[in-house]
Design a protein. Sequence first.
Length: 133
Amino acid sequence: MAFFQMTSLVMKWIFRKPVTSRYPFEPRVPLAGSRGKLVFTDGNCVYCTACAKKCPANALIVSRDKKTMEIDRLRCISCGYCVDVCPKKSFSLGEAHSSPVTTKSSELQIHKSGNEETGAPKAAEGNSTSAPK
Ligand code: SF4
Ligand code: SF4
């Protein structure tokens, strides 16, 4: 009896599509509604620092004077608090995650009035209006 049960299970699964994918050869398609990479659109940003104050991971550094926004991708946990709190709707969460990186410096992004730089060093302390909780 057990032999027939096992055989029927084997036959059932042998013709099914695998439940796993051959990543990275098959790119992983994020599920709808997934919380992925934080996207910053600085056209509306007034550098009020509300997002940085709300961020539980201290992943954001906002400078009112320099009008810069730094996002530390290693710290961001894609919680979406900054998306909810921003009065200008400057943040959104994409469904795909950030690409893997091998160095910490490459995960820091600086946005300066319409330009985006990747891998730039952090702004010197004292120049920024960072918002620890
Ligand atoms: S809360 Fe919005 S408007 Fe204020 S600094 Fe953050 S992104 Fe800019
Ligand atoms: S999504 Fe969450 S962790 Fe990431 S920057 Fe916004 S508030 Fe911080």
